[in-house]
Design a protein around this ligand. Structure first.
Ligand SMILES: [Zn+2]
Ligand SMILES: [Zn+2]
Length: 425
């Protein structure tokens, strides 16, 4: 049958709006709205049959939804008033009865069940276009800032505001600061013990008063005016280790932000003022949501600075020879005794990319070790009673122990953390 014959058959099924009529032929003549297709067919048939022309007041297929594109768009725009967003996406929950009407119409006309376009698709596009006109934002089918869901059965617009992300690197300049909030073990983070403030944490619920997270995330949360902020680090150093020099990559995620386009230079200054020299951040940039997984999963090498103490006097020549052995070595490590109670006992192989060091006196040295992710550096020094091979203690034949350990660099093994595709600017 021809388009006109199909249109005639469609109009014979009952009152139809232009959109529902035109939607049957949505794959024809690109550049027209379905309502234009429907209107043109209705006019053409009236002329061909020399019938009086009549617009349809009612529609048995969409039950009037196609007259409400503007209304839905206004509902959506007012639901996000106060939220800054540059991208959005529209979805529609179409009640099963309306979906059936679409199918019945096609069946009555003798068309395929999926001929033209579904009501849901038309609503998503037409309301979406109008939301763009009202707000100036753009449709994004990937991960938009705001997701609207039109619920036709309740007349409500559900709004999901996606998180915003700030990437950067942090330094931790004081010891005994954990990276993230550390709930008190005594009271399980409740701050209470038998109804009284917990002695273990003075009722705070936290084992440490401050964390890198608590010294940085609240500032970002406030700048973006969100509901909650979460800190994601690229691994973490020990609580008593410093994080120095080039710092460690992190992402702060802000849930339901009202502001997204923050000035990251100013934010950096604000965080650093708030952290008061205990923590510093640098290189802040707006990032995509994929950056969270990246900082958590990317294989990274680490560089450590450490103070080492020897049990007996060490000769400078022996020290230099031992470092030369370790430099570039492949090391076999059994799970260290200090973590064996929480990790399966197995032997791993890791590379030492570089070692440099100075003997300060015959009992003390300072070392810098650049190693593959997962290298246990304390054991590389002490040998952990022979469980790490080779080791500094083993090569020297003298007991050796790390007395202070700081991380000075964290870099992706194969590529940098901050690749452009993960950044928004
Ligand atoms: Zn309709
Ligand atoms: Zn407590």
């Amino acid at each position: 049958m021809s388009v006109l014959e199909d249109a005639r058959a469609a109009l014979a099924t009952g009152p139809l709006c232009d959109s529902c009529l035109g939607r049957l032929f949505a794959d024809r003549s690109f550049g027209l709205a379905n309502a234009e297709r429907g209107h043109a067919l209705r006019v053409t048939l009236a002329l061909a049959d020399d019938d009086p022309f009549e617009e349809s007041e009612d529609c048995w297929v969409c039950e009037g939804e196609c007259d409400r594109f503007d209304w839905w768009a206004e509902q959506a725009a007012s639901a996000v008033r106060g939220y800054e967003f540059d991208t959005y996406q529209v979805g529609t929950k179409v009640p099963p009865l309306l979906e059936e009407n679409d199918a019945l119409l096609r069946e009555d006309v003798g068309l395929d069940a999926d001929a033209g376009e579904a009501l849901k698709t038309e609503l998503n596009r037409e309301v979406g276009k109008r939301i763009g006109d009202l707000t100036g934002a753009e449709v994004d089918f990937g991960r938009p800032a705001v997701q609207f869901t039109l619920d036709l059965s309740t007349d409500e617009v559900e709004v999901h505001v996606n998180s915003a992300f700030v990437y950067g690197r942090y330094r931790k300049l004081e010891r005994d600061i954990p990276q993230t909030k550390w709930p008190c073990n005594d009271c399980n983070g409740t701050g209470l013990w038998q109804g009284e403030p917990c002695d273990g944490c003075d009722g705070t619920g936290y084992r440490y008063d401050e964390s890198v997270e608590q010294l940085s995330a609240p500032v970002v949360l406030e700048a973006m005016d969100g509901e909650e902020a979460v800190f994601h680090g690229a691994g973490r150093e020990d609580v008593d280790a410093l994080m120095l020099e080039s710092g460690r990559p992190f992402v702060i995620e802000v849930m339901e932000p009202r502001t997204r386009d923050v000035d990251t230079e100013q934010l950096e200054a604000e965080v650093n003022a708030f952290a008061d020299g205990k923590v510093e951040v640098e290189g802040l940039e707006l990032a995509t949501h994929e950056m969270v997984e990246r900082v958590k999963e990317l294989d990274a090498s680490k560089t450590y600075r450490m103070d080492v103490e020897f049990e007996e006097a060490v000769e400078a020549d022996d020290f230099e020879a031992a470092l030369a052995e370790l430099d570039g070595a492949t090391v076999k490590q059994e799970t260290p005794q200090r973590v064996a109670h929480r990790r399966a006992d197995l032997t791993r192989t890791r590379s030492v990319y570089g070692v440099t060091g100075d003997l300060i006196d015959d009992r003390h040295a300072e070392l810098r070790i650049h190693g593959e992710g997962g290298l246990y550096v304390k054991e590389l020094v002490s040998s952990d009673e022979g469980r790490t091979e080779p080791s500094l203690a083993g090569l020297l034949g003298v007991g050796a122990e790390v007395t202070a350990l700081d991380v000075v660099d964290v870099q992706g093994e194969d590529e940098p953390f901050a690749k452009d595709e993960y950044l928004k600017e």
